[in-house]
Design a protein around this ligand. Structure first.
Ligand code: NAD
Length: 354
């Protein structure tokens, strides 16, 4: 087997071939110590299905840390419906796969609550809900809170401000050079916000259709590798994970990195490489917590979202504390972010420090 799997410190890992669709459905529950495990379900093509298992393992652990750092009383889980690369999943077969996945979630008796993620949507959750109560973030017409991308982007903006405060002693992004990698639900929104605040933007996406947004915002369009290695103040990774690795870090020319993509580091040791380059990295699981904060507040707890700042300010506060402590101790932001999350997990994640 070519794939090296993530450490297996999870409570559960279940992979089941769907009876209806024949597709491999996977759920990893990393921890329920603080409460039931939250995390989205991705529908993605994999060269090797073990990569889908590894995605579930890595992403579910990240969700435990994300929930803990955000002060949510939940642990981390993740779901995957694994396709072959480029394999379509539409129509009746998609609904069959969503029902298969819903049965798998239901078999966990509430240990895991699912929602949308890369490749899946709030509409998909309607079909998952047909098989289990433990599906969240349905569209508003079904009584749910819908896609969490706007709160994720709003939280990311707070993270970006905190990163700029720590790196440049100012969170005024006017005139600051920023490269946004990935102009999807979150990246497109943060690019719009940054353009409105006067940042000089370089943007990229593998989807050429996103060039229209670049033109609308007056941003410079480049290919993904050029954006990744652009000579800018801030790099904002908003595509897929693993973008920071042994190959890319030596080529980086940015001064700070803060983005929405999950698992930006190929492995934890990359945090040391980034630190040694003098680049300030905002831990992804702290910076991109806006979506899960929204989903838990609105869909799980049935609370209101009239004052987003009351829920999202914790992201900037966490990063201010993490960067301050890392500078004082000579450690990496990853080290301090994990310490913060672990302290809250030890206190059962019940909102310590919020
Ligand atoms: P999305 O699918 O809407 O957008 C991703 C964009 O990245 C797409 O436009 C895609 O074409 C582009 N892309 C893919 N591979 C690329 C590459 N190699 N180079 C450049 N562009 C590439 O996803 P999203 O909802 O915006 O999420 C973006 C990232 O943030 C993901 O890693 C996701 O897991 C993470 N995240 C999202 C949320 C949320 O609320 N949506 C919450 C937390 C974390």
């Amino acid at each position: 087997m070519s794939t090296r799997l993530s450490p297996l410190d999870h409570e559960r890992l279940i992979a089941r071939r769907g009876a209806r669709s024949g597709l491999l459905c996977i759920v990893a529950v990393h921890s329920t110590a603080a409460g039931f495990a939250c995390g989205g379900m991705r529908i993605l093509g994999y060269e090797d299905r073990w990569q889908g298992v590894d995605d579930a393992l890595r992403l579910s652990r990240g969700m435990t840390y994300k929930c803990a750092a955000a002060g949510l009383a939940h642990g981390g889980g993740k779901g995957v419906i694994a396709l072959a690369p480029g394999e379509p999943l539409e129509g009746e077969r998609r609904i069959a796969a969503l029902h298969d996945f819903g049965d798998l979630v239901e078999s966990l008796d509430g240990a895991y609550g699912t929602s949308a993620d890369v490749g899946s949507s709030a509409e998909d959750m309607v079909h998952v809900r047909e098989r289990t109560r433990h599906a969240y973030s349905l569209p508003a017409r079904h009584g749910g809170g819908g896609e969490p991308s706007a709160p994720t982007a709003a939280g990311l903006e707070r993270a970006l401000d905190a990163t700029c405060r720590a790196r440049f002693a100012s969170d005024d992004v006017g005139g600051r050079t920023v490269a946004v990698l990935g102009l999807g639900q979150v990246g497109g929104r943060i690019a719009r916000r940054l353009a409105a605040r006067g940042a000089a933007l370089t943007v990229s996406d593998v989807d050429p259709a996103k060039q229209a947004l670049a033109a609308e915002l007056g941003a410079t369009w480049v290919d993904p590798d050029t954006a990744l290695t652009a000579d800018v103040d801030v790099l904002v990774p908003c595509a897929l994970g693993g973008v920071l690795n042994e190959d890319s870090v030596p080529r980086l020319r940015c001064r700070a990195i803060v983005g929405a993509a999950n698992n930006q580091l190929a492995h934890d040791g990359v945090a040391d490489l980034v630190h040694a380059r003098g680049i300030l990295w905002a831990p992804d699981f702290v910076a991109n917590a806006g979506g899960v904060i929204y989903a838990v507040t609105v869909d799980v707890d049935g609370g209101s979202w009239h004052d987003p700042g009351a829920h999202l300010d914790v992201i900037g506060e966490n990063l201010d504390a993490i960067f301050t402590r890392a500078a004082a101790e000579g450690t990496t932001p990853l080290h301090e972010a994990m310490a913060l999350a672990e302290a809250r997990i030890a206190g059962h994640g019940a909102g310590a420090g919020r």
